[in-house]
Design a protein around this ligand. Structure first.
Ligand code: HEC
Ligand code: HEC
Ligand code: HEC
Ligand code: HEC
Ligand code: HEC
Ligand code: HEC
Ligand code: HEC
Ligand code: HEC
Ligand code: HEC
Ligand code: HEC
Length: 307
């Protein structure tokens, strides 16, 4: 797996982190004598980030990320060992894998990166810098109000969904993609932070977990039987409109118990207390006018999710 290049990068972090803070600043000065505040792109602003906290012995020097760059130090016409990014600026960027090794040499042990290898983003050849910028005090992808903008550059479908009538408050900056997904990889499906969709939903909607005296089977099974996570024009985040949604599983409902036949759409023809005009069950809350406890009921008389 490790290319010759990767091998040349890997031990650096170890060397760097063995140095004292004062030695680290000294090391940087080898580079910052040229790459100073006169650069067109921000370089020294890295000192305003966690990577510039020289009081912390784990903090990288320029060379822990860019490599020792002996040739570059000797002659500007030679590139530094590690050039990040996707576009050719002055020198050709290194292969994604080699860029990532430079970061992972310190960050692979972090619990959140355990599943990076083999995760969807690693498999799609993304680099850490597809999302992160490190030479800026503002790393948009780590800030809640701006994170989605970074994701949306590649995920246009989710952008469209997040703008639908009913949506999780992502555009409003109240929750972030990373509240549900770990972009670095996960043990669950679709990079979810938990092992299942439902467990992920419970992290915020704990009241839906129950246990209920009367469970509604599709709810305990999977929230996405009825809901879609990113956005829908049917409120609240529903996959289709009741009563049709309910009838996908309860086709012909009430036929068995009611003397008056329903039809395929589940119109409540002759039930006690049913609306005189059956079409009323198509409007507004439809089936939930009566079966209001759609997620489960704790009322001893709630077997039919009516209370
Ligand atoms: C003698 C001056 C000098 C020194 C010392 C120096 N560089 Fe450079 N470096 C340059 C020049 C000139 C370029 C060409 C691009 C430019 O003008 O920024 C460059 C380019 C780079 C680039 C790529 C910029 C791009 O746009 O692709 C990186 C990364 C870089 N240097 C890192 C380093 C690191 C890390 C060190 C310390 C190990 C270092 N440099 C030391 C002069 C220097
Ligand atoms: C934590 C890793 C890391 C450290 C430490 C680091 N860099 Fe960088 N450097 C990067 C990455 C990643 C990029 C690509 C642009 C970005 O993410 O901001 C980059 C870009 C650059 C560039 C090109 C500017 C551009 O935007 O194209 C230069 C020059 C540079 N670094 C020099 C330095 C110097 C000098 C130091 C030490 C003061 C340093 N770097 C420390 C990771 C690092
Ligand atoms: C020499 C070790 C080292 C290397 C190499 C390194 N980092 Fe870091 N990084 C650190 C340390 C130390 C911190 C501070 C961690 C902490 O506070 O727990 C950090 C913090 C971060 C943070 C969080 C910043 C914050 O404000 O909390 C991000 C994001 C990050 N690194 C990304 C990267 C990326 C991307 C690369 C590669 C371009 C990289 N790192 C390379 C050591 C390193
Ligand atoms: C698809 C976008 C994306 C990619 C690719 C990505 N990250 Fe992140 N990263 C994020 C987001 C979003 C956050 C903030 C939310 C969080 O902490 O999970 C973050 C946070 C971090 C943090 C600080 C908080 C923490 O988790 O400890 C570090 C360190 C980090 N990333 C390192 C990396 C490294 C190293 C790589 C490459 C192997 C990488 N990231 C690739 C999106 C990304
Ligand atoms: C409330 C939790 C939640 C939030 C917030 C969230 N997602 Fe998701 N996402 C899910 C769930 C659950 C799935 C899997 C079920 C599905 O595909 O509908 C998923 C699936 C995905 C998929 C895979 C879709 C597919 O068809 O395979 C992508 C890509 C995605 N999300 C991106 C994003 C982006 C980008 C954001 C932020 C704008 C985001 N998600 C915010 C819960 C969430
Ligand atoms: C540089 C482009 C790029 C960026 C930026 C990006 N992604 Fe992705 N993402 C991809 C690619 C490529 C895939 C794999 C193919 C696919 O499913 O579309 C993917 C897949 C996913 C998946 C589905 C995983 C699966 O198992 O099917 C989720 C969820 C996801 N990304 C979330 C995010 C989130 C959240 C962010 C922002 C923090 C983000 N992505 C940023 C390119 C990107
Ligand atoms: C990070 C926390 C978080 C997670 C995880 C989460 N939600 Fe939400 N959810 C919210 C917030 C915040 C709201 C908006 C509440 C408000 O506006 O009062 C919301 C609203 C909703 C709504 C009502 C939407 C509307 O238009 O009124 C539904 C339905 C919903 N979430 C379902 C889910 C499902 C299904 C999952 C799992 C895929 C999930 N949520 C995961 C935080 C979360
Ligand atoms: C059988 C379909 C179905 C399933 C499965 C389902 N829901 Fe719902 N959910 C609904 C309906 C219908 C509404 C609207 C209720 C209303 O209008 O009275 C709703 C409303 C919501 C709301 C917003 C109003 C409220 O009650 O807070 C949230 C949040 C929510 N569901 C979360 C979840 C979570 C989390 C799961 C998985 C544990 C889940 N739902 C599973 C059908 C379902
Ligand atoms: C994904 C399939 C599915 C969807 C969608 C669904 N249900 Fe159910 N529902 C079930 C299953 C399975 C049971 C348990 C049936 C059993 O125990 O015989 C059930 C039970 C019920 C019960 C209790 C009846 C009994 O005999 O225990 C009511 C009332 C009910 N559902 C109403 C609704 C309403 C209202 C909706 C729409 C908001 C809905 N269901 C959507 C699958 C679904
Ligand atoms: C006007 C009130 C009302 C409306 C609207 C209503 N129901 Fe019912 N439902 C009842 C009552 C009352 C029962 C108990 C059975 C009976 O007395 O006939 C019942 C029983 C049920 C049962 C369990 C009995 C069986 O048939 O297996 C299910 C499932 C059910 N309803 C689903 C639905 C669905 C799906 C809708 C929407 C299409 C709906 N109900 C609309 C009042 C209503």
């Amino acid at each position: 797996m490790a290319s010759a290049h990767a091998e040349s990068v890997q031990p650096l972090a170890v060397t760097a982190s063995a140095k004292s803070p004062a030695q680290m600043i000294d090391r940087d000065s080898e580079c910052t004598r040229c790459h100073d505040e006169n650069e067109t792109k921000p370089i020294l602003s890295i000192y305003q980030t966690a990577h510039g906290n020289k009081a912390d012995a784990r903090t990288p020097s320029c060379q822990s990320c860019h490599g020792e760059s002996v040739k570059h130090l000797a002659s500007k016409s030679d590139a530094p060992d590690v050039i990040f990014g996707a576009k050719k600026a002055v020198y050709t960027p290194n292969k994604t894998q080699d860029q990532n090794v430079a970061c992972l040499s310190c960050h692979e042990k972090d619990p959140k990166r355990t599943h990076w290898q083999g995760g969807a983003h690693q498999a799609a050849d993304l680099s850490c810098t597809s999302c992160h910028v490190v030479h800026s005090a503002h790393d948009k992808v780590r800030e809640k109000p701006t994170q989605a903008l970074v994701c949306f550059t590649c995920h246009q479908d989710q952008k469209a969904q997040a703008n639908k009538f009913s949506h999780h408050p992502i555009p409003e900056g109240k929750i972030a993609c990373s509240d549900c997904h770990n972009p670095h990889g996960s043990a669950g499906p679709k990079l979810l932070v938990k092992n299942t969709v439902t467990e992920t939903c419970y992290t915020c909607h704990a009241e839906k977990r129950g246990p209920f005296l009367w469970e509604h089977q599709p709810v305990t099974e999977d929230c996405s039987n009825c809901h879609t996570p990113h956005g829908s024009n049917i409120t609240p985040l529903l996959k289709s409109r009741p009563p049709f949604m309910c009838d996908e599983c309860h086709d012909g409902t009430h036929n068995s118990v009611s003397p008056v036949a329903g039809n395929a759409a589940g119109i409540q023809g002759g039930l006690t207390g049913a609306p005189a005009n059956p079409s009323a069950s198509y409007t507004g809350r439809a089936c939930m006018n009566c079966h209001s406890m759609v997620h489960g009921s704790n009322n001893p008389a709630g077997a039919l999710l009516q209370r």
